[in-house]
Design a protein around this ligand. Structure first.
Ligand code: SF4
Length: 185
């Protein structure tokens, strides 16, 4: 079965992709993370997942496509920031993160619907630093905008997947903060 995996980064995606491909799923990777700041960090994370996907022969949909254009990246980030800066002082796992999850997953759901996917999920759920319920709520909300689409709320931390995540993550660049400028502090 085809599934669209919204990917936030390689360390959080590798074990999920491995599990999917060994359990009869056909994943495509969807990279849409305009929250990541600065551009250098954004490109670093994106290039890591692209490199991994290339080795496995998995399609990557690069929704931002901003490698060669600082202006395009700035534009995409500012659009995201328009909503986020009102909640700049929120702690992680607070309202700004709920907005950020909805922002990214809504775009993922839109793409999935346009391209014939019936199932979407996200690597965001594999990080223990994030509130899994907040992410599931955002995913279900996004998928509910498209009647044929379902958000796959499998807990990607269970069944040995979190341990496997940590093993596979050693081969990648591992970021030291969540992504946006507010999370660098
Ligand atoms: S801390 Fe992470 S999830 Fe929260 S708004 Fe920033 S990038 Fe998004």
């Amino acid at each position: 079965m085809k599934v669209l995996l919204h990917s936030c980064c390689a360390p959080c995606s590798a074990a999920i992709l491995e599990w999917m491909t060994t359990n009869g799923y056909e994943p495509s990777i969807y990279f849409f993370n305009p929250n990541i700041f600065p551009q250098e960090e954004y490109l670093h994370r994106k290039n890591e997942i692209k490199r991994y996907a290339l080795n496995l022969g998995i399609e990557v949909v690069d929704e931002d496509g901003t490698e060669d254009s600082p202006a395009l990246w700035t534009d995409a980030h500012l659009k995201w920031k328009n909503g986020a800066e009102l909640m700049a002082s929120e702690p992680e796992r607070g309202k700004r993160c709920a907005y950020c999850f909805r922002y990214r997953l809504l775009k993922s759901a839109e793409y999935a619907s346009k391209h014939g996917f019936r199932l979407i999920t996200t690597s965001l759920m594999s990080s223990r630093w994030k509130d899994i319920n907040q992410i599931m709520e955002a995913g279900k909300w996004a998928a509910s905008k498209y009647p044929e689409l379902e958000f796959w709320d499998k807990n990607w931390r269970k069944g040995g997947l979190y341990e496997r995540r940590n093993i596979l993550a050693r081969q990648f660049y591992n970021q030291r903060y969540c992504g946006c400028e507010y999370s660098i502090r």
